[in-house]
Design a protein around this ligand. Sequence first.
Ligand SMILES: [Zn+2]
Length: 156
Amino acid sequence: MVGWRSTAEGRHLKGRRKADTGPEIMLRRALHALGARFRLHRHIARGCTPDLVLPGRRIAVFVDGDYWHSCPAHGRRTPFVGPNAQLWTEKMRHNRERDARSTRLAEQAGWQVVRVWECRIRQDAVNAAKATLEGRTLGPADWPPPGQPSATDLPP
Ligand SMILES: [Zn+2]
């Protein structure tokens, strides 16, 4: 196993935050504006801490960044290259597996799971919040059009 090597891409990604990201805050604000009561980062099962939960509705919400969670419309579409390519590929696969496991654990604990794509929130946070309150998981946003790479092209 080869260790991580410093690359331009790695440095670029290093600044990205995993918790309290822009989309999470946007969704929280929209939920709050709709009068929803929620709790952040509550541990609801062993190995399962959703980004927020709506205890009254027993809905567990995961906000999925387009890049890290491989959005089908806006996630990375080309194979990784460079000295860390294999490690990146494994890391992304690991993220997807962890997402699936978290969903399963929450459901087993009796929670309805809603996963919200970053692009949905950036496109229309209020609409994303309404769907969340109804327990609906929406697909990726249709903007920007599929094929245009990455969340970094979305409006701030
Ligand atoms: Zn997306």
